[in-house]
Design a protein around this ligand. Sequence first.
Ligand code: NI
Length: 176
Amino acid sequence: MTQMTIRDIIIHPDPRLKAKTDEVSDFDASLKTLADDMLETMYVAPGIGLAAPQVGIMKQMLVMDCIKEDGEAPRPMVLINPSVTWTSEECSTYEEGCLSIPDQYADVERPAEVDVTWQDLNGETQSERFDGLWATCVQHEIDHLNGKLFIDYLKPLKRQMITRKMKKLKRELARA
Ligand code: NI
């Protein structure tokens, strides 16, 4: 039985959410522990995706599970060193949110389908074509690995308004 730890999620603004992450080269037991912790942290939040820098780990790693139907089996995915190798010309718009920007949502347009290649926890190369919510989620999470947030797609005024709200939230959390 593995002991999983809920990790603290970093709230925007924070320099770690704006930084690029390092490639993973050691596929050791600590990486598996990190993946288990990130999945647990994501499910408890609750959210459908979480990237390593959101828990202060500056590595190219993300977890996601976009299964939302009650009764449908979960599909926890761990993507290490992911890269988008193809995007569809067709785009789709989803109302996005982020565990690092709680309770703030906005429409973001992205390619409707993407091919992604990554390594699994054993270092084996995997690839898959994602569509629907999965496509949006995987692009949002890969953005995190490059220091980009969904609010970076919004108009400056909207982005500044959200950032002000988050600064206020962080002051309140610090006082609590
Ligand atoms: Ni996010």
